[in-house]
Design a binder for this molecule. Structure first.
Ligand code: GLP
Length: 238
């Protein structure tokens, strides 16, 4: 695991964007795994900036997002589909037909998502954020390390952490559709981003802890091509 420690979230986003652009420029029909949340926003802002400067072309890029809230339509302002459209896709020349977010409404047979990823050649580069409790995607503590895309229950701590984006905590869905830990581990390369003091414990477990379902992120210790990019605050318990 390669660890890159930087000063702040802006630098983390910039560094991650350089990695993504470098990979796209090596393989223009790359399959990207994308994440939502506040952490990757500086990354997406930099991708948009580099696109506007003519340094990257998304015309042949395909994307698969990690997760979606169960019960939220793609047009719902808190849905992850809406987030991706607003924060990235509508600002770049990506073909929306090449972008995929798990379906939060028609949730029958969610593991079809893994089949679709495989049919597209698998994920070349997976971007990950990190939950305060060490979740990746929406794979909460005690998730089976062999899990594929499925319907999952959110823990109280995740519901609370994510309630900041909803009008009230009662509006936060209690379930989601998430790529599984195995789905994530199948990616050829993984870049995990974490910023802020509230991620420090999960980062400490990811880097120094024992492999354990108590901290789902520790599964990444078993992957041969992972880059962890963190700011000073997220690194503060190392
Ligand atoms: C959600 C998402 C995760 C994300 C996490 C952290 O729970 N399902 O994929 O990593 O939030 O979000 P943030 O970056 O806002 O702290």
């Amino acid at each position: 695991m390669k660890i890159i420690r930087l000063k702040n979230e802006e630098q983390v986003g910039l560094e991650a964007s350089k990695i993504v652009i470098n990979e796209i420029n090596k393989k223009n029909n790359i399959v990207l795994g994308l994440a939502t949340g506040s952490t990757p926003i500086p990354l997406y802002n930099n991708l948009i900036k580099f696109y506007n400067e003519g340094k990257v072309n998304f015309a042949s890029v395909k994307t698969f997002n990690l997760d979606e809230y169960k019960g939220l339509k793609p047009t719902h302002i808190q849905s992850y589909r809406y987030f991706m459209n607003e924060k990235l896709f509508k600002h770049i020349n990506i073909d929306l037909n090449n972008t995929h977010v798990p379906n939060g409404i028609d949730v029958e047979n969610p593991s079809k998502y893994d089949l679709l990823i495989n049919e597209n050649g698998g994920i070349d580069l997976q971007i990950l954020g990190l939950g305060v409790n060490g979740h990746i995607g929406f794979n909460e503590p005690n998730t089976d390390f062999n899990s594929l895309t499925s319907e999952v229950n959110l823990t109280e701590s995740t519901i609370k952490a994510n309630s900041r984006l909803f009008a009230s905590i009662d509006e936060v869905p209690k379930k989601a559709i998430s790529m599984g830990l195995k789905s994530i581990m199948n990616a050829k390369k993984i870049v995990l981003l974490a910023t802020g003091k509230n991620k420090a414990k999960a980062i400490q477990q990811l880097i120094e802890g024992k492999l354990s379902v108590d901290w789902p992120c520790t599964i990444l210790q078993e992957h041969s091509n992972v880059i962890v990019i963190i700011d000073e605050q997220a690194a503060s318990e190392l």
